[in-house]
Design a protein around this ligand. Structure first.
Ligand code: 4AD
Ligand code: MG
Length: 436
């Protein structure tokens, strides 16, 4: 058997029943195995599933049997044999092997059962092969695919590429990663929004999907130092249109995941019927009412303070769908958010809170008139010189516009109901980890 041959069958195809009683070849990695006497059960995985293979000494010969029964977890293996329906086998099918060959036996696999979280993070490059992470990464792929499908095919957006190295803060100085750019101070971007705003001047409806960086000194289940950020920006959209768009986007992703990937969701312990309930008409609540409600439900929060994880949990308690919190006080929000003419002192913004998981989106209508922008920058002690090009956008052909930022890992965490954001990304970057 040649591992590069093109006639291997994906295990998922076998499990779907389309090869019953047929001769097939499979290749993959040893997921589990046990031997007793002249019979070895080798469970093999490939990217599409796991299949139990019965390897009999009589059928494969002494040499091949030895190879199969002495293989390690994760040894690379090829088998040829006949598929048999078998209710006792996981997945309902078994391969009766006729030929077995190890591609690479390798060394004993370091990950056994019941390893500590730290050990699994140290061996993340190997742990990514686990069933759980394999399933999460598949689901993440589909979630991103449906986001793109929504913007590309349903809403007519253009995707553009922003710079990752930038010269000024977007979300305040405290979480900036500074780099030495040939002797000049530069930063890893916190958000591509300001550039997305430039793109709307040419293409009107755009989005950016890129990493954002936050030097987050906090250790929480929802903060990463490097995360993937989807940032749509729309010319001639007000904040209400902005929220309507976010709602349509989340409904699209949840419905697609629930209808097309129910098995994957169930394997991850997420009930697809719960996601089906995300249908639109999300609650919209002003900050002031949200603070009152959170306090009534036991939060220790005062008017004017930012809404944190505890308050978010209280505000979404018992909800099937996300909730928007609008009209935050302008002095606790970023400099680019437009003041609400109907509710002065507050901005035209919304955080979108997912039930039990909290903020997944932050968005706003942007200040588009030059005097208001300059005034706000002054209030927030920002130097207009650092934002020359951004201010230019208000000098030439300015217009009302809005946008938002969605944390991909936050969305994945909610859609899959994960305990920790680190499992929503292959290599989580947190305060105390840049390895592997
Ligand atoms: O609320 P944020 O800070 O808003 C912005 O960056 C805006 N410029 C976005 C825009 O309007 N284009 O971040 C937006 C989202 C959050 O709602 C959250 O989902 C995610 O980015 N996020 C993080 N995700 C993981 N780890 C972190 N440290 C995150 N910080 C923000
Ligand atoms: Mg936010």
């Amino acid at each position: 058997m040649d591992p590069l041959a093109t006639d291997f069958v994906p295990i998922g195809g076998i499990l779907s029943g389309s090869h019953n009683n047929k001769a097939v070849k499979i290749r993959g990695w040893v997921h589990r195995s046990r031997t007793s006497g002249g019979l070895a059960f080798v469970v093999v995985r490939d990217s599409t599933g796991v299949l139990q293979c019965a390897v009999k000494k009589d059928a494969v010969g002494e040499e091949a049997f030895k190879e199969a029964s002495e293989a390690y977890l994760e040894s690379t293996i090829m088998l040829e044999g006949t598929v048999k329906e078998d209710k006792r086998a996981p997945g309902g099918y078994e391969l009766a092997a006729e030929k077995v060959k190890l591609v690479w036996k390798g060394e004993p696999f370091p990950i056994a059962k019941d390893q500590s979280v730290e050990f699994l993070l140290d061996t993340r490059h190997l742990w990514l092969r686990s069933q759980k992470l394999t399933n999460v990464m598949k689901a993440r792929h589909y979630i991103v695919k449906y986001l793109r499908e929504f913007f590309d095919e349903k809403e007519g957006f253009f995707e553009l590429a922003p710079p990752i190295i930038t010269g000024a803060a977007c979300e305040g100085g405290s979480t900036l990663f500074e780099i030495d750019y040939f002797g000049i101070r530069a930063y890893l971007t916190q958000s591509s929004q300001l550039y997305a705003e430039v793109f709307t001047t040419a293409l009107e409806k755009v989005y950016v999907l890129a990493p954002s960086f936050r030097a987050e000194p906090s250790r929480t289940v929802r903060h990463l130092c490097e995360y993937w950020h989807l940032e749509p920006e729309m010319a001639f959209y007000d904040q209400r249109m902005n929220m309507d768009l976010q709602e349509r986007m989340l409904v699209h992703v949840c419905q697609r995941m629930a209808s097309n990937h129910a098995d994957l969701l169930s394997a991850l312990g997420r009930d697809p019927d719960e996601l089906k309930k995300v249908k639109g008409h999300f609650k919209r609540m002003a900050y002031q009412d949200a603070v009152e409600l959170a306090a009534k439900r036991g939060a220790n929060i005062k008017m004017g303070q930012d809404i944190g994880a505890d308050e978010e949990a209280l505000l979404t308690k018992g909800e099937d769908q996300p909730v928007f919190i609008t009209n935050f006080p302008k002095d606790i929000k970023a400099f680019y958010m437009r003041e609400d003419p109907g509710f002065p002192g507050t901005v035209l913004n919304a955080d979108c809170l997912a039930p039990a998981h909290g903020e997944i989106i932050g968005g706003s209508e942007r200040i588009w008139e030059l005097p208001e922008l300059l005034q706000r920058m002054k209030e927030q002690d920002l130097n207009p010189k650092d934002y020359g090009w951004y201010i230019d956008l208000r000098r030439y052909g300015s217009y009302p516009h809005s946008g938002f930022g969605l944390g991909i890992e936050r969305l994945v965490k909610w859609v899959l109901n994960l305990d920790h954001i680190r499992d929503a990304i292959p290599f989580p970057r947190t305060m105390n980890r840049v390895y592997p």
